[in-house]
Design a protein around this ligand. Structure first.
Ligand code: EPZ
Length: 418
């Protein structure tokens, strides 16, 4: 396994390009299962997770080729309809193949996702919704055996919690179903909107994009898509927080500032200068960071995927910050590692009280999940001295060329074999 060696204490200066969104690319790639022929998806990041879902589609018989960040996929000949545990266990989002396989092939066998560092992460909303649409779902030996004799039929689906991949799975199942599907309390994340744009480009009939109520009129078949992945708002936010931690002046290009309303407000309140155009951010930190409070919420609230990164920043701020995690039941894995670096953090239920202190100290730390790893990088970039972060394969799941981008911004960081 690889590790990162970071010499902290240097300001970030310069500009980088933001990559396509991991959490948009995954459902877009899964949606190619809905129609035979060559699909073209642009701005696809080259990540561990995109490699995993492409391996999954390949195991079904799909073929694909990549030219830079343009991905062409053909799912004409699907010969195997089983998503094996070996692949699914490394990425929960593999469950996104269930809806499209059922819709087009009328059967699928998908391994249940493994546990995850940030909580149980059940898939009951996905399964309840599909069974409401007429699917037969049998759970056995850790697999979901799904089948539907005839076409799936439209259904009335209500999510207790606006599940992102739950909404995406039911959307992909509904576009080829017989009749109308209504999804209430649907997720409104921009990545769901990106999938809706793709499905409409394939001939789907969907109303309500960016709202919590989606109405889908099923059609008989769909044509291959041509779609562009939206910029990664979590990668963008991670680098904005990093500027807050190290100081400096950075321009982030090929991003979408409209997708980060909550973070932008919070970072301005913390003292950052943030200017935006329609596809770029300019971020600088003129003075010491002030503490702010956050509560993670479904979009457009503060994203849970930026909670760990903000906590690292608040560890260096002036004052007390209360950070409340309302999406996942165990997303404070980064607290122990930040405390090893001298951060003063007390957990009280789903809230963490962070007492900002001067600089964090160096210490060997270990990454546990994707966004916790990113929070450690943010903290290390600001901490004095040279330190290392092990198990950085977590980072490589969701951040394209992070080492190259940080080096382009003047950070002293390199990757080494463990
Ligand atoms: C998506 O996960 C993202 N992943 C996550 O990003 C993100 O943190 C999350 O949405 C919330 O924004 C992808 O898009 C691939 P949920 P997802 O279903 O869809 C509960 C990252 O770091 N729930 O919106 O799995 C669930 O336990 C990852 O890039 C059920 O109870 O999240 C959670 O408490 C991490 N039953 C809440 O809903 C279900 O069937 C929201 O989860 C589904 C979800």
């Amino acid at each position: 396994m690889d590790k990162l060696i970071i010499e902290g204490g240097r300001k970030l200066q310069g500009e980088i390009n933001i990559s396509g969104a991991k959490n948009a690319a995954l459902p877009l790639i899964a949606a190619t299962l809905l129609a035979p022929g060559w699909h073209v998806i642009r701005n696809v990041p080259d990540l561990r997770d995109t490699k995993t879902i492409l391996a999954l589609l390949e195991s079904f018989g799909a073929v694909w080729k990549r030219d830079g960040n343009v991905l062409s996929i053909n799912t004409e000949a699907l010969t195997n309809l089983e998503a094996s545990y070996d692949l699914v266990k490394t990425m929960r989002a593999s469950i996104l193949v269930l809806g499209p396989l059922l819709a087009r092939m009328r059967k699928a066998r998908v391994s249940l996702p493994g546990g995850c560092a940030i909580g149980a992460r059940p898939i009951d909303f996905h399964l309840d919704g599909l069974s409401k649409m007429g699917a037969r779902l049998d759970l056995e030996e850790g697999y979901v055996n799904a089948s539907t004799g005839n076409r799936l039929s439209g259904g009335n689906i209500y999510f207790d919690i606006p599940s992102v991949t739950g909404t995406e799975n039911i959307l992909m199942a509904s576009v080829l179903a017989k009749g109308v599907t209504v999804i209430k309390n649907a997720a409104r994340e921009p990545e769901v909107g990106n999938l809706i744009d793709m499905l409409i480009s394939m001939g789907a009939d969907i109303e309500g994009k960016d709202t919590d109520r989606l109405i889908i009129h099923g059609v008989k078949d769909l044509r291959p898509a041509e779609v562009t992945t939206i910029p990664d708002r979590i990668e963008t936010g991670t680098y904005m927080v990093a500027v807050g931690a190290t100081g400096g002046e950075v321009t982030l290009r090929n991003c979408n500032p409209n997708h980060l309303p909550a973070l932008t407000e919070k970072l301005k309140a913390a003292g950052l200068i943030i200017e935006e155009t329609e596809n770029s951010f300019f971020v600088s930190r003129p003075s010491k960071i002030q503490s702010v409070d956050i509560k993670t919420q479904p979009y457009p609230g503060f994203p849970t995927d930026l909670q760990a990164q903000l906590m690292a920043l608040m560890s260096m701020a002036n004052g007390l910050s209360v950070i409340t995690e309302k999406i996942f039941e165990n997303r404070f894995m980064h607290v122990a590692e930040l405390k090893r670096m001298g951060a003063e953090i007390k957990i009280n239920g789903n809230s963490a009280i962070v007492k900002g202190s001067k600089r964090l100290k160096g210490a060997r730390v270990m990454a546990t999940d994707l966004r916790a790893s990113a929070s450690l990088v943010v903290a290390r970039l600001a901490a004095e001295g040279i330190t290392e972060i092990s198990r950085i394969y977590h980072l490589e799941r969701g951040y394209e060329d992070m080492v190259g981008k940080l080096q382009a911004l003047g950070a002293n960081v390199r990757k080494e074999k463990e």
